[in-house]
Design a protein around this ligand. Sequence first.
Ligand code: SAM
Length: 247
Amino acid sequence: SPGLYIVAGPIGNLSDLTPRAAHILCHADVVAVEDSRVSARLLRHAGSDRPMLPYHDHSDEAVRARLVARMAGEVVALLSDAGTPLISDPGYKLVRDARAAGRSVTTIPGPCAAIAALTVSGLPTDRFVFMGFLPAKGKARADALAEVAGLRASLVFYESGPRLAAALSDMALALGEGREACVAREITKLHEEARTGTLAELARAYAAADAPPKGEIVVVVGPPGEAPVASADDADALLREALARLP
Ligand code: SAM
């Protein structure tokens, strides 16, 4: 039925495209995309010959209005270069306007680098804050980190290889050197890896590397004060030790 379909694509491995996503891509009247060269590959993989149309949230208002008008009688699919649309990717304004116009909005969920990184990080997943890309530098960056430093939640950042070492050292400074973290790189791809350690350890390791890491990166930082709560036995031992030190 007509409306807007938010279609998640793979974040590397094409086999992660879901059958439902492939079905919509094959039957859409138009596929709104970021980069038509990137999406052409995926459409070919899905066996789709549907027409593409470039879309960004900073596209002309008229482009968005035309798409919203088409959703009244046509199937409009929104696809990102990678993963889930709207997550550090275009789409929010399109969904907002589609809803405001009373169009049907359907999601075809699938891969998302932030969620994939959380699942391999070994860090708490009960509460997390998606931080997207940190501001490049300066006060905006320090403010963004200061704002979440005390939150009892894991923090998820998108990063690029050339910026990773500096980002880790800024995080160590603002969030605490001892916080456990995970650098997840090239998830679902050939050179997939996840490195864990404290922010200080990871910052040092990447600063000392000959070259910045290649590929796409997610940094997950665990909540502050990850140290396990002391058991009653621990508390007794600590108390005995403290008493023994009394003059
Ligand atoms: N919409 C995407 C999603 O659902 O994850 C994110 C798009 S954002 C423009 C691109 C960033 O996502 C990259 O810079 C990287 O931080 C992260 N990313 C995407 N694919 C990744 C992968 N395979 N491994 C690690 N990080 C990835």
